[in-house]
Design a protein around this ligand. Structure first.
Ligand code: PLP
Length: 385
């Protein structure tokens, strides 16, 4: 059975170009970039090329503003914990109710240690109220962490406006751009963003590599102490093959973003339209006007998202749901709950997230199978008359 992979916000296929670029560093070029000798030292220049490639994709002025990490979660932890702990006085931490756990986790960690934490509401389309943000940042120095794009709905946040408000009152702004990087063009040097997280495995590099943009002049305390790698911001011998892979993935994303996103968006729109037309009681969650080009989050009223997923899985189709099945109870997505999605819809939501590797045939397969799955589950649902 062919696998139809529509879960690219969870992780992506490694691009051939990325894998090929990494191979020499897993075979012959295995030296330590910090070594004095030529054998190790020759590797260092490839780390620096990758740093330039990452900086170029996000539009940073200076490659030295890029610190390599092990993943998006580490980047977020370094930004939030490291950023807060480097400020003169413990800042007021501001975030939203729809963040990934890799942001809410470090925010709660700081709250447990006495920092004041405010989590902002979103409206029914998943958007922030900027007047409420302004009211909160006025209260003193803040470290504000808001995602650039939501992983479940694809809703894009106005990071330029958010950063302006935060800066007006002397705060620091961190953007979790793990889902936005490579999907929308960005020039961080021209935006009021101090810290920005990204992750390799969302853009066709391997899992286990990420980066944090730290604007020149922004202070961050390292989380990992030891050697002086990454200008003292993250100790540990550099993961050279993965760093090289991330660089190449960034380069590919920059080169092909416009063309690929136009194609991916057309596929996403055809999938979404087809689902809404063929599955009764279905509707899209989130702000349709300001969304990532690859993501759609659709609720199917009165049925369970997990049941849909399992039946799609039987047919070789991979998608995901925001719900987590924890200790026998089905917890609905915190993102959809924050958006006040109705009870009959919140349990039946499915996220389809596409990539450049998807095809028209993938969309056709979902449009053939999904209506049958939904119809069958509706017949079994005790909630439908
Ligand atoms: N932030 C967002 C918005 C994400 O979607 C994810 C992963 O899904 C992360 C952070 C964590 O990234 P990583 O898996 O690289 O730790």
């Amino acid at each position: 059975m062919r696998t139809i992979y529509l879960d690219n916000n969870a992780t992506t296929q490694i691009a051939d170009e990325v894998r090929e670029a990494m191979m020499p560093f897993l075979t012959d070029l295995w030296g330590n970039p910090s070594s004095m000798h030529t054998f190790g030292g020759q590797v260092k220049k490839y780390v620096e090329i990758a740093r330039e490639q990452v900086a170029a994709l996000i539009g940073a002025n200076d490659p030295q503003e890029i610190t390599f990490t092990s993943c998006g979660s580490e980047s977020n932890n370094l930004a939030i914990r490291g950023g807060a702990e480097a400020m003169d006085k413990p800042p007021h931490i501001i975030t939203s109710k729809v963040e990934h756990a890799a942001v809410s986790g470090p925010c709660h960690y700081l709250e447990d240690r006495g920092f004041r934490l405010t989590k902002l509401d979103v409206d029914e389309k998943g958007r922030l109220d900027l007047d409420v943000l302004r009211r909160e940042v006025k209260t003193g120095k803040t470290l504000t962490s808001i995602m650039w794009a939501n992983n479940e709905t694809g809703v894009i946040f106005p990071v330029g406006l958010i950063g302006e408000i935060v800066h007006e009152f002397g705060g620091i702004f961190h953007a979790d751009a793990v889902q936005a990087v490579g999907k929308i063009p960005m020039k961080v040097s021209e935006l009021p963003i101090d810290l920005l997280s990204l992750s390799g495995h969302k853009i066709h590099a391997p899992k286990g590599i990420g980066a944090l943009y730290i604007r020149r002049g922004t202070q961050v305390k390292p989380l990992i102490l030891g050697g002086h790698q990454e200008r003292g911001r993250r100790a540990g011998t550099e993961n050279v093959p993965y760093i090289v892979g991330l660089g190449v993935a960034c380069n590919l994303a920059k080169k092909n973003m416009e063309e690929e996103n136009t194609r991916v968006k057309a596929l996403r729109d055809r999938l979404e339209k087809g689902i809404l037309e063929t599955c009764s009681g279905s509707h899209v969650n989130g702000d349709l006007t300001c969304r990532l080009p690859n993501t759609t989050n659709i609720s199917f009223d009165y049925i369970e998202g997990e049941a849909i997923l399992l039946m799609l899985d039987d047919r070789g189709i991979c998608a995901s749901t925001g719900s987590a099945c924890a200790s026998g109870s089905l917890e609905p997505s915190h993102v959809l709950r924050a958006m006040h999605v109705a009870g009959v819809s919140v349990h039946g939501s499915i996220r389809f997230s596409l990539s450049k590797y998807n095809t028209e045939e993938d969309v056709d397969a979902v449009l053939t199978e999904l209506p049958k799955v939904v119809k069958r589950l509706r017949e079994l649902s005790p909630f439908v008359a």
